[in-house]
Ligand binder design. Structure first.
Ligand code: BYC
Length: 342
């Protein structure tokens, strides 16, 4: 299983296809500021909100952190669908806690992005108008209760694999937010796996339901790590800046290698005839991911993109009165405090 102690090297050593750090472009700014920034990055230090940073570094972080925040709050929806249909009180309580955690992760991440000078309203506007990206994985439907377990096991498992290296991201507020997020994701992954283990000890129908869910989610989870390194426009610079520590393909490989033995214990088959151990590479080989499908989903044409956005926009509109009431209350309190102080 994945924990905070999961040990990941910064880069694979000498393996083909590994992304190498490259010198960053110098902005047209005071060279001393750029040199100071480069020195912190080269020493593997942390950049904090009040430190000078190149515009491109700031923009990259706003892009990634806001996409990540959007993924957390849109990620509440597929599982939220099952809260009222959970098979027992225990499973319902666990699912409510998990979905609530995802909402919390969104809040820490929006707060981290706000330290870079963007506002929450701007970020949510970009999400609601369809301009902002969020993880492809949340545009697929959750058809049965087994999907909830598989999301915990595979989707949260993939999320942790991607997020543990982000705990060492060069931007302090993002790195610190990720430490707590990863602790909670670890619980999410375990609860999913445990729910599936229970179902796999049940009836033939329950076992078939788990296998069906695994068949539907496996390839989507592999695509979650992002395009292959050769087609990943942001990776090289992201790694140079210490935002990204491990490449998309290397994380995907780690996920496959970690998941195969878990599938064996569970008693399910991963739906890939090409999946096999490669003694020479010391890793599992796996089949071709459907990148056309991935890009269609990322660009808005997945099975649930429209439904997910419509749900978010409705929630935002339905909550308008709460925001207005909170603002009015705060203004009144402030006016009262000023009157008392006068
Ligand atoms: N879906 O150059 P690349 C969770 C985009 S939350 C959609 O490799 P980068 C969870 C990418 O944004 C999971 N788009 O980009 C929550 C870029 O487009 P732009 C979210 C994707 O940034 C609740 C373009 O493709 N995790 O797990 O170097 C319940 C080219 O990609 C995807 C995070 O957000 C995708 N799957 O690397 C349960 C982690 N993949 O922006 C679970 C933080 C790529 O240039 N983010 N794209 O227009 C990251 O680590 C990185 O941003 C990524 C992409 C690895 C995702």
């Amino acid at each position: 299983m994945y924990t905070q102690s999961f040990n990941v090297p910064d880069q694979s050593d000498g393996e083909p296809g590994i992304l190498k750090a490259v010198p960053g472009a110098r902005d047209k700014v005071d060279p001393a500021l750029q040199d100071g920034f480069d020195a912190v990055i080269d020493a593997d230090g942390k950049i904090e909100p009040r430190d000078w940073m190149p515009d491109a570094y700031r923009k990259t972080l706003v892009r990634q952190i806001s996409q990540h925040a959007h993924s957390e709050i849109v990620g509440m929806l597929p599982e939220g669908n099952w809260i009222s249909r959970a098979p027992s009180l225990k499973r319902k309580a666990i699912l409510v806690a998990k979905v609530q955690d995802e909402g919390g992760h969104g809040l820490y991440l929006y707060s981290a992005a706000e330290t870079l000078g963007t506002s929450r309203d701007q970020m949510l506007d970009a999400l609601h108008s369809g301009k902002a990206k969020y993880s492809s994985i949340f545009n697929y439907p959750t058809l049965t209760w087994a999907d909830v377990g598989v999301i915990g096991w595979l989707v949260d498992g993939a999320a942790i694999m991607n997020q543990i290296p982000l705990c060492r991201c060069s931007y302090g507020p993002y790195a610190r937010a990720m430490i707590r997020v990863c602790k909670e994701e670890s619980f999410h992954q375990r609860q999913g796996y445990e729910a599936l283990l229970t179902m796999m000890q049940g009836t033939a129908e329950q076992k078939a339901m788990v296998q069906d869910a695994v068949n539907r989610w496996w390839w989507k989870c592999l695509a979650m790590f992002g395009p292959p390194d050769a087609d990943s426009p942001n990776s090289v610079q992201g790694m140079r800046w210490g935002i990204k520590r491990i490449s998309n393909d290397d994380l995907r490989q780690k996920f496959v290698d970690a998941t195969v033995p878990q599938a064996e214990v569970l008693g399910v088959t991963l739906p890939d005839p090409d999946l096999k151990w490669n003694e020479t590479r010391g890793h599992h080989d796996y089949g071709q991911i459907d990148w056309d499908e991935f890009w269609a989903v990322v660009n808005g044409d997945g099975p649930c993109n429209k439904e997910r956005l419509a749900t978010r926009v409705k929630a935002w509109n339905d909550g308008a009165w709460v925001r207005e009431a909170a603002l009015t209350h705060a203004a009144r309190q402030q006016a009262r405090a000023m009157k008392e102080a006068a």
